[in-house]
Design a protein. Structure first.
Length: 279
């Protein structure tokens, strides 16, 4: 229990600086009416996925957390958000780095996930632009609901948001970490259908668990040979760390959230199947 508690605490502490800086940006944008800043971020349009994919590829789940908040405030597009989520690999990169014989797999994983993130993010933004769904103005209502942050200066308001979300992340991470620990590696391996052609369908679902433990389990099973490379990619494409957790906590437009998950799942499964067929 001590190890599970510490893991949840460390995972939460790692993203607090990202959360605070993002909430500070959002508060500044709202309070100063910085329309030019909001417009500049949104005018990136489909090319926002380029920056999203590159940022997401950095082994730090704080970027997915930051992107979730920026999307809730409508400061970035849905395509940019999805590109960050898909490119995120959480603990996979450090784990592969620590295993020298998987050096080639490491670079393939990074490059392939960036390519998938770019393609999917670009397509999503193009489609939404054609449907005129990317023309919404910045909206802070969902972020600031029930917190009364408008009564404070921007630094205090950002701190209030950060503390509330951090506590929420810690509690959920603690529960999920305990559940995964109790399940055990053997049961998880069986659940992920070792050796089955349908494995990418299952690993992509498993990757949605909003905790770094999912990326650890997926990567470790790949290292041990229980998962194919394509199945590993599928699981890591949906493994956006705590990003989705924060999205559902801050963005009350739940249909959008589930649509984003649907796009991620489809992209992950298709990519996994193609990679397994080619490699």
């Amino acid at each position: 229990m001590t190890e599970i508690f510490l893991d949840a605490l460390i995972d939460t502490l790692k993203i607090i600086p990202f959360l605070y800086l993002v909430y500070l940006l959002i508060e500044y944008t709202e309070h100063s009416h910085a329309d030019k800043l909001s417009a500049a971020l949104r005018k990136l349009g489909p090319f926002g996925s380029v920056g999203g994919a590159l940022l997401g590829s950095i082994p730090q789940c704080g970027f997915s957390a930051a992107a979730s908040n920026l999307y809730t405030g409508r400061l970035i597009s849905a395509g940019t958000l999805i590109s960050v989520y898909i490119a995120t690999s959480d603990e996979a990169i450090p784990m592969l780095i620590s295993n020298p014989k998987f050096a080639s797999a490491l670079w393939k994983l990074i490059v392939i996930k960036i390519i998938i993130a770019l393609i999917v993010g670009f397509i999503v933004d193009i489609v939404l632009k054609m449907l005129h769904k990317n023309d919404e103005q910045p909206d802070y209502e969902d972020i600031c609901r029930d917190c009364h942050c408008d009564h404070h200066n921007i630094f205090t308001s950002a701190l209030i948001h950060t503390v509330k979300i951090s506590l929420f992340i810690f509690i959920v991470s603690l529960i999920l970490g305990g559940a995964i620990e109790l399940a055990g590696a053997e049961k998880i391996s069986h659940f992920l259908m070792q050796g089955s052609i349908f494995q990418p369908f299952i690993t992509a679902l498993f990757g949605f668990i909003p905790n770094c433990a999912s990326s650890v389990v997926i990567t470790q099973l790949y290292i041990e040979g229980a998962l194919s490379f394509g199945s590993c990619i599928a699981g890591l494409c949906t493994g956006a760390g705590v990003g989705l957790l924060i999205l559902f906590r801050t963005n009350r437009r739940y249909k959008e959230n589930f649509a984003i998950m649907g796009v991620m799942y489809a992209a992950a499964v298709i990519s996994g199947l193609i990679i397994n067929a080619v490699l």
